[in-house]
Write a new protein. Structure first.
Length: 59
């Protein structure tokens, strides 16, 4: 996205700071409408997928 000029919200002096700010503002909304919330952190892709499958089977 660094060279993408079709991302007006990121056309700032500090795009990373803008992304962090937007995520902080939007996170409560994302959580409010999410059916599942997965914490990925340092987990491998396989661990993440396994966790997702377990969450889906709970529903």
């Amino acid at each position: 996205t660094s060279k993408d000029k079709n991302r007006p919200l990121l056309l700032t002096d500090d795009p990373k700071k803008t992304i962090i700010k937007l995520l902080a503002e939007r996170a409560p909304l994302y959580r409010a409408v999410a059916d599942i919330e997965l914490m990925t952190g340092t987990r491998s892709i396989q661990q993440t997928v396994s966790n997702l499958v377990k969450q889906l089977h709970k529903e």
